[in-house]
Design a protein around this ligand. Structure first.
Ligand SMILES: *[C@@H]1O[C@H](CO)[C@@H](O)[C@H](O)[C@H]1NC(C)=O
Ligand SMILES: *[C@@H]1O[C@H](CO)[C@@H](O)[C@H](O)[C@H]1NC(C)=O
Ligand SMILES: *[C@@H]1O[C@H](CO)[C@@H](O)[C@H](O)[C@H]1NC(C)=O
Ligand SMILES: *[C@@H]1O[C@H](CO)[C@@H](O)[C@H](O)[C@H]1NC(C)=O
Ligand SMILES: *[C@@H]1O[C@H](CO)[C@@H](O)[C@H](O)[C@H]1NC(C)=O
Ligand SMILES: *[C@@H]1O[C@H](CO)[C@@H](O)[C@H](O)[C@H]1NC(C)=O
Length: 897
């Protein structure tokens, strides 16, 4: 149940690299809106003074502004201004943090020749801009008030972050805003919150802006239906209404817009069968047919679409389309095909791919397509982007070695059933930048003949059956994932040279890498780029290089190797680690005090080593800590930390099991774990990853500055306390009472005494409770029967007496959960209470001696068996597809009994 939640979350996310690529394509395909360049020598003096006057009247944040602040500093510093013949014709004041200052008297309205105005992504509140604009006749033909870049099917996202306040269009209304803009040809109001009734917006548009050609009102809280009055806008060539809730059927009037070129209606609540009548498409020349909605278009792709010889762009992704791929033999002009995320079946070999001479982009991911991938695909002259992941394609990728290779840039064949050799021709593609062959059955990796091309940024080969010892290492990779293969090798000595120039993510996890971690890794660790280094689950030995703990790494995972020696000391205060997993090694010595300098740590796992010393109270300095695992070490002493303020308000998981800790359970510490008290799910762990690698930077220059990428790290909503197999004594603390969202509590194999407090019945989320092998006495409180989710209980080996609560839920537990107590009776034990009560006296004597001897015997030896949960901190990366793939890192928590 919890796991399915985890996967749901995962499937909503995808690779940020792909997101970025998408953003790039989105920009070039859809949003060539605002001309920002200004060869401004042409500006007349009067225009310059109007601009300066405008700047002085605007209220904006001068420290965040990048255009306005520079105006007038030199002849060429008029960014955002477009001019023609000395006159200002375009003004792009987007992202200038303007919060006011446009009113009736604004000099904006004296820029009489202004045709294009972009005020998107500012900080206007509901009154500031629209009132000024609405009351001034202005001969504007392009108005951009808001623009939203949609990363994916998810929510709308602004370029920097979704922190921009959405603009409200209530007062004035849409009607009064555009009322006098009779010349308006392009209107962008994406993301604005306009609360209009029904199809009022259609009427407002049709009566006010008859010349409108581009209507972009994505994510505007519009309601439906789409009114026929819209038809009076005869020039409309672009309609984008996606991410609204029009809750209506596919409107037939759409077919009446004779100039329509782009129609984007996905996720706008349209329902119904895919319109099959070919007449519907008669006029749709070079149409961007993007009619996705809440997964509700069904049926097969109409064969009539084959006749659309002029169709250049086809996007029917995210529907319920079934059947096999139509051949589109006549659609020579198609440049873009996206049929991903449907339920298409069958082979694609019969499609006449050789006819798709103009095809640049092909996305068929997330269907159930099977059979060979036709080699013809790889020889199409214009095809640059192939996304075929998550299908059932099989066979080997063999193409004629004499065929000339073309400029393929992105190749995503992940999550299929492809096998054999990773074909050598792939390494010869000179323009390849993204390669995902993960989750297939590839077995061999032929050594590339020469160095890999430096264009290659992303290589994802995880989860294949690759063996041998050669790694294909491009010279400037951003992302390398070779995890979960069978590679048997030492890590190349010069690995750091490859990783130091731009690598953000590097994983060799789950292979057979042996030998020590090469010193050259320090070059990468000290580079400003590397954020994730995962060498977990290999056979590496030697010590942990000091530099790894002095780097700017965010995630360091060395779990499950044979590393020995101490944890590096002298960790600087610049430590930026969020996840540190050194578990399952042979590490010795004490936990360095300086680890407390890593104040951003969220996940710390040093479990299953040979660490000595006392409980690290100095970690109280790490207030961000959410997971602390110190299990199976040699820690001793009490864990009160009374002299330190309790700061672990975020703590979700603590595992101190199988150490030699003693004393009372930490009453006040428990009381401070706020995250375990919350009655609602808390946020997933996540952090932003800055990927300022020049390649991406270049591609998006001028549009995005400092692209912020989000590396999503997911931790299930588990909360867990495992103090088992230590020497804790005294009663169960009453402060446990408040940990209402605790899932897992294990206090077994200690010397805890007193009775089981009825307050445990407050822990309504509890799924697992193990109190076995302690000195608990008294009866089992009836309140435990309130724990509806309890699926594991063990109270065996204590000194409990009386009847087991007579409750259907308790009958589901096995007898062994209650055995070896002083005098428990009732089901599921094979001892009825009537008999038992008569024999109580007898039992007390026998049981007492017997049980307590065993207890101390068991406490004396470390137990190998610990009921608990396993945490896999291995960064697993799921690059799914072009559009639905995010850079994904997750900490998977499995809950096991
Ligand atoms: C869309 O609107 C309809 C009716 O107004 C409502 O029943 C439905 O829940 C809405 N759907 C979404 C996804 O908001
Ligand atoms: C749309 O076009 C069809 C035929 O092409 C016509 O019958 C229908 O009346 C038109 N609808 C409107 C609202 O103009
Ligand atoms: C489609 O292709 C044909 C020739 O193959 C060409 O004549 C026509 O102009 C193209 N149409 C478009 C919209 O590109
Ligand atoms: C309870 O713990 C005891 C001792 O560890 C074990 O023998 C027994 O199988 C456990 N019972 C259950 C239901 O796990
Ligand atoms: C219950 O206990 C009695 C005697 O103690 C024994 O004869 C019987 O086989 C037990 N039944 C089960 C199901 O274990
Ligand atoms: C206890 O044993 C006595 C005889 O020793 C018997 O009379 C009585 O019914 C028993 N009690 C119960 C509750 O079975």
């Amino acid at each position: 149940m919890v796991n399915s939640g985890l996967h749901t979350t995962l499937s909503m996310k995808g690779s940020i690299i792909s997101w970025l690529l998408l953003a790039i394509s989105t920009i070039s395909i859809f949003y060539d809106v605002a001309a920002t360049s200004a060869s401004v020598e042409c500006l007349g003096a009067d225009q310059r003074s109007l601009l300066l006057e405008l700047r002085d009247s605007l209220v904006f944040n001068t420290s965040l502004s990048t255009k306005l602040v520079r105006w007038g500093r030199s002849a060429s510093s008029w960014s955002g201004v477009t001019c023609e013949d000395g006159l200002v014709v375009g003004l792009d004041l987007s992202k200038e943090w303007i919060s006011g200052g446009i009113d009736r008297s604004s000099s904006l309205f004296r820029l009489k020749f202004l045709r294009s105005l972009n005020l998107a992504f500012n900080d206007f509140n509901s009154s500031a801009i629209p009132s000024g604009l609405a009351n001034q006749p202005i001969g504007i033909s392009q108005l951009v008030l808001c623009q939203i870049w949609r990363a994916d099917s998810g929510r709308a996202i602004a370029p920097d972050q979704a922190t921009w306040r959405s603009l409200k269009l209530e007062k004035p209304s849409l009607r009064s805003l555009i009322g006098d803009m009779g010349e308006l040809r392009e209107l962008y109001l994406d993301g604005a919150n306009m609360s209009v009734e029904g199809s009022e917006w259609c009427e407002a548009l049709s009566s006010s802006v008859p010349k409108l050609e581009v209507l972009s009102m994505n994510d505007c809280s519009l309601s439906g239906p789409i009114d026929a009055s819209l038809l009076s806008l005869a020039n409309l060539s672009v309609i984008r209404l996606h991410l609204n809730n029009l809750s209506t059927t596919v409107p037939s009037i759409l077919a009446n817009f004779s100039s329509l070129k782009i129609l984007s209606l996905h996720e706008c609540g349209l329902q119904g069968e895919f319109p099959q009548k070919s007449s519907r498409y008669k006029h749709f020349g070079a149409l961007t047919y993007h009619l996705t909605n809440f997964f509700s278009l069904s049926g097969s792709i109409p064969s009539s679409m084959e006749n659309l010889s002029e169709l250049t762009y086809l996007d029917l992704s995210w529907n319920n389309l079934i059947g096999s791929l139509p051949s589109y033999g006549a659609s020579r002009n198609l440049t873009f095909i996206n049929l991903s995320n449907n339920a298409l079946t069958g082979q694609i070999t019969s499609v006449g791919w050789e006819n798709f001479l103009n095809l640049e982009y092909l996305e068929l991911g997330y269907n159930s397509l099977e059979g060979d991938i036709p080699p013809t695909l790889f020889t199409l002259p214009c095809l640059k982007h192939i996304w075929l992941s998550n299908n059932r394609f099989s066979g080997q990728l063999i193409i004629n070695p004499n065929v000339s290779l073309y400029g393929l840039a992105d190749l995503d064949l992940g999550s299929n059933l492809l096998q054999g050799l990773i074909p050598p021709w792939i390494w010869k593609l000179r323009n390849l930048r993204y390669l995902n062959l993960s989750s297939n059955i590839f077995e061999d990796l032929e050594t590339p003949l020469r160095n890999l091309t430096s264009t290659l940024k992303v290589v994802d080969l995880h989860s294949n059956m690759l063996r041998g010892n050669m790694l294909p290492l491009p010279s400037q990779p951003a992302y390398l994932d070779f995890s979960s293969n069978n590679i048997t090798s030492v890590i190349p000595d010069n690995i750091g040279d490859y990783l130091s120039s731009s690598t953000v993510f590097f994983s060799l996890s789950k292979n057979n890498f042996h030998g020590s971690i090469p010193k050259s890794i320090c070059k990468a660790a000290y580079s400003i780029y590397l954020e994730v280094l995962d060498l977990s689950h290999n056979l590496l030995n030697g010590t942990i290089p000091d530099c790894l703990m002095k780097s700017s790494l965010k995630v360091l995972n060395l779990r499950n190797n044979c590393l020995s020696g101490n944890i590096p000391q002298n960790i600087p205060t610049t430590c930026a680690l969020k996840t540190l997993d050194l578990s399952e090694n042979l590490l010795q010595g004490h936990i360095p005090l300086s680890l407390a300098n890593c104040t951003t740590l969220e996940i710390l796992n040093i479990g299953n080593n040979q660490i000595e010393g006392t409980f690290p109270c100095h970690f109280m300095a790490i207030s961000s800590l959410r997971v602390l695992i110190l299990r199976s070490n040699k820690l001793h002493g009490e864990i009160g930390c009374a002299h330190r303020p309790c700061t672990w308000q975020m703590l979700q998981i603590i595992d101190l099991s199988s150490n030699d800790l003693s004393g009372a359970l930490p009453t006040s510490l428990l009381a401070s774990w706020e995250a375990m008290k919350a009655s609602v799910d808390f946020d997933q762990l996540h952090y932003e990853l800055n990927l300022t690698n020049s390649y991406y930077q270049d591609t998006v220059s001028g549009t995005f500055k400092g692209v912020e990428l989000e590396l999503v790290k997911i931790l299930a909503i588990f909360t867990s306390i495992d103090f088992s197999s230590n020497r804790f004594e005294g009663p169960i603390p009453y402060t446990l009472r408040d940990l209402k969202s605790l899932y897992f509590l294990n206090l077994s194999h200690n010397a805890i005494s007193g009775s089981i407090p009825p307050i445990l019945g407050n822990l309504h989320q509890l799924e697992s409770l193990d109190l076995s092998w302690n000195l608990l006495n008294g009866t089992i409180p009836a309140q435990l029967a309130n724990l509806d989710f309890l699926s594991f209980l063990n109270l065996s080996n204590n000194q409990l007496v009386g009847s087991i609560p007579d409750n259907r839920h308790f009958l589901t537990f096995s007898e062994s959960a209650f055995e070896r107590n002083l005098g428990l009776c009732g089901l599921p034990l094979n001892k009825s209470c009537s008999v038992a009560r008569n024999r109580t006296e007898e039992a007390v004597d026998d049981g007492n001696n017997d049980d307590s001897k065993k207890k101390w015997f068991f406490l004396g030896i470390p137990l190998g068996f610990v009921v608990g949960f396993w945490i896999f901190c291995g960064p697993l990366v799921f690059i799914q597809s072009w559009r639905f793939a995010y850079y994904r890192f997750w900490d998977k928590v499995l809950f096991r009994h």
